[in-house]
Design a protein around this ligand. Structure first.
Ligand code: ZN
Length: 343
């Protein structure tokens, strides 16, 4: 069983980024300090086109048709984060609804933990990707309240803003280009590599060019730099995804203290996945489970791509560990069974 890899997969059809023409090439971006933070590093990132490679022979895809709507997974009747029983438990979208999430763990989170997770989810959905989501008419619980205009800072007149029709504004999705996670490199938990994460931007060339031609204005994007919250969100998605296949008691959840904010160095468990990714046409997000290790110990990770039908990066989140030969055999059997059921 040395080096065994099992993958349990979920992919969700793309919802609003409906083609894969979205470029990963950065425009020259002006980053205003809207939230009192200056994101600083402007990065020009050009990745070579390459074919998405299937890394192992035991790789299967469970593709769910959009018309099936939400998919629910039952949980054990206690909070998946703090273990509390006897409290009212709310449903938990594995990928937040605001980001198109369609897979739901039912009765999974107590109110206190939901408050923690919804806070970092909001940071990413509204502060990092707010304008982009509005401009591409992404799903939202509050879609009807949504403004028809983006208030774009005027690069030539500091302090002034220009109203741009939301459907014309070339919104950009800011992502973090990460290092491999600390745990995957054998670093100690104290070493924080998130300081060297870079910002990359997924945008739509065509819309950007049309905007620049029409408005004669400098294109300005505004967002808040939230690497910590982004890492927490990935950890949460990874944990939730693994729980569609395993029970919380099946593994030691090393991701939990990071999700709950008890530990802050998310770069220990969250990092980049395969760097040679290309758009997965028609796929909104893709989540895959990976088990690596020996017959005595396993590291369970989840491979995450959000906005998978763009050049958005792939992330790898270390979710949990399994120790001891008997446990390893049991968990591998369980994953294999689910893997084959997925097909
Ligand atoms: Zn809880």
């Amino acid at each position: 069983m040395d080096g065994a890899q099992i993958r349990v997969n979920w992919r969700w059809p793309g919802q609003f980024l409906d083609s894969h023409r979205y470029s990963r090439i950065l425009t020259e971006i002006h980053i205003p300090s809207l939230y009192g933070q200056r994101a600083g590093n402007t990065v020009r990132e050009v990745m070579g086109l390459s074919v998405f490679q299937d890394l192992s022979g035991c790789y299967h895809v469970k593709k769910i048709d959009m018309s099936h709507g939400l998919t629910y997974f039952p949980t054990g009747g206690f909070c998946i984060y703090c273990g509390s029983t006897g409290l009212p438990l709310g449903d938990e979208h594995i990928v937040p609804l605001a980001l198109g999430g369609q897979h739901v763990l039912t009765k999974a989170s107590c109110a206190l933990c939901a408050k923690i997770t919804s806070k970092f989810e909001r940071s990413v959905a509204r502060e990092l990707w707010g304008d982009a989501r509005i401009s591409f008419d992404a799903s939202s619980r509050r879609k009807n309240d949504r403004s028809a205009f983006i208030r774009m800072p005027d690069a030539d007149n500091p302090g002034e803003k220009i109203s741009v029709p939301a459907h014309e504004y070339p919104g950009v999705f800011v992502f973090y280009k990460m290092e491999p996670s600390g745990i995957s490199c054998g670093l100690s938990e104290e070493i924080d590599t998130s300081k060297s994460w870079k910002l990359i931007v997924i945008d739509d060339d065509q819309r950007r060019n049309e905007f620049l031609k029409k408005s004669q204005k400098k294109l300005t994007v505004q967002f808040r730099n939230v690497p910590q919250q982004f890492g927490q969100l990935l950890a949460k998605i990874g944990y939730g995804h693994l729980l569609t296949a395993l029970d919380p008691s099946d593994f030691r959840p090393i991701c939990l203290p990071y999700i709950l904010g008890e530990k802050s160095n998310v770069s220990y468990i969250v990092g980049r996945g395969d760097e040679n990714v290309s758009p997965m046409e028609g796929i909104g997000y893709s989540l895959r489970t990976m088990a690596q290790g020996t017959s005595e110990s396993l590291l369970l990770s989840v491979i995450i791509r959000l906005y998978a039908n763009t050049f958005a990066p792939e992330y790898l989140v270390a979710v949990g560990e399994v120790a001891g030969h008997e446990n390893v055999v049991r968990i591998m059997e369980k994953l294999k069974r689910i893997d084959s059921e997925s097909n």
